[in-house]
Design a protein around this ligand. Structure first.
Ligand code: SF4
Ligand code: SF4
Length: 388
């Protein structure tokens, strides 16, 4: 096979050659912790891609499966002592595989759904809107702040509930905001599966709709939407709005004294906070969620052994939940077992994907005593409505 088919990977050739096979990247890789087979480790993936780029080996179904068994969590990037971004290399390979029509079928099916319906659940746009759960909310047509809902919050009941609570909090704080009536998928799945054309089209569509609303700030509760809107959209086109995660906005309201929590009347509950990979390692938002959690009097924030930049993925990233939900659930157990072993009863998430994968893993492995809670639900339960 010639080098020619791997155009994007070719741009990473120098980085690939820097890899000296030390395996430091593999130690905390969540896949490597579950599949003890060298090819599945980040080091193994780098070696496979290096050979493919040299024209050695073939792109068989097994090779594709091995390379896509990855949450794109970025843990390997932080531990590579040669300074290689493994995830940049894997993402470049995914773009080439997409162009070569080698993307696994589960991912192409999902991208077809986005193309057809504008969302990952292939639901008609009017099928379920976040505001249906809360008919009392009447929003202005235009506002300076726009809440970008995302597919999970719009079409899946669990994140829908917690995101609706986030909207309630904004209403309670008298924040003037609006949403898009005709929002489409942010493009994060297309980006993760290497379909840059679809990512760009979704970017153009959503940016034009946001601009029609006159918003100067866009806030979202989904780290996947946040990363793509903040980090990738500006690469496609100029945007005249700022992008925030809901935790950053709420942390601002704490600083300004607008968001106040009820005083503690009972013993504080210990909680662990899961840094979502897309929000933390990929976008550097570590402190805003911690500020919220440290300010709520009813809880005491503890840290996972590996946290912030070193946090272990929940298992739900990179499309792994749809490609191999069993493996995604097993990876989630790493975090849930730590909470159990330390007798910490609550794990807080700030991401629909973490929330769903943790919840399904907890149910599967009968971790009945453990509670998985979205940070918006906690804020909604703890806000002092009399002090706003
Ligand atoms: S991105 Fe995460 S899952 Fe993928 S190889 Fe790196 S550490 Fe492993
Ligand atoms: S840590 Fe870096 S240099 Fe070492 S095997 Fe992993 S990617 Fe290669």
């Amino acid at each position: 096979m010639s080098n020619q088919p791997f155009k994007n990977l070719l741009n990473e050739k120098d980085n690939l050659e820097l890899c000296f096979k030390c395996s430091f990247c593999s130690e905390e890789c969540p896949i490597n912790k579950q599949i003890h087979w060298a090819s599945f480790s980040p080091r193994g993936k780098m070696l496979i891609l290096r050979e493919l780029l040299k024209g050695e080996g073939s792109l068989t179904e097994r090779v594709i499966d091995t390379l896509y068994t990855c949450t794109l969590c970025g843990n390997c990037d932080t531990s590579c002592i040669a300074g290689i971004s493994v995830t940049d290399i894997l993402s470049a390979a995914r773009r080439d595989f997409y162009e070569l029509k080698k993307t696994p079928e589960t991912f192409t099916t999902l991208m077809e759904a986005i193309n057809r319906s504008g969302n990952v659940f292939d639901m008609p746009a009017e099928a379920m809107d976040i505001l249906e759960l809360n008919p009392k909310i009447k929003l202005p047509r235009k506002a300076d702040l726009l809440f970008f809902k995302g597919c999970y919050a719009s079409y899946h009941s669990v994140p829908n509930k917690s995101t609706t609570l986030a909207l309630n909090v904004l209403k309670t704080l008298n924040v003037d905001f609006t949403t898009l009536e005709s929002e489409k998928c942010c493009g994060s799945p297309a980006f993760l599966f290497g379909n840059m054309n679809l990512t760009e089209r979704l970017c153009e569509y959503n940016v034009s709709k946001i601009e029609e609303k006159g918003a100067s700030r866009v806030v979202t509760a989904c780290p996947g939407c946040y990363r793509i809107l903040k980090e990738e959209y500006p690469k496609f086109q100029k945007m005249d709005f700022e992008v925030l995660h809901i935790t950053e906005l709420l942390a601002e309201y704490i600083d300004s004294g607008k968001l106040v929590f009820k005083k503690n009347g009972i013993d504080r509950v210990n909680v662990l906070y899961q840094d979502p990979c897309e929000l933390g390692r990929h976008c550097g938002v570590f402190e805003a969620p911690r500020k919220i959690l440290e300010t709520i009097p009813q809880i005491r924030l503890e840290e996972f052994d590996k946290n912030k930049n070193e946090a272990i993925c929940c298992g739900g990233g990179g499309g792994l939940t749809i490609a191999n939900s069993n493996l995604a659930n097993k990876i989630a157990q790493i975090r849930l077992n730590e909470a159990e072993e330390r007798a910490i009863p609550v794990v807080i998430t700030a991401c629909p994907a973490c929330q769903l994968n943790f919840t399904s893993s907890k149910d599967k492995y009968n971790l009945e005593k453990l509670k998985i809670l979205d940070i918006n639900e906690l804020v909604s339960n703890s806000i002092d409505v009399h002090k706003k």
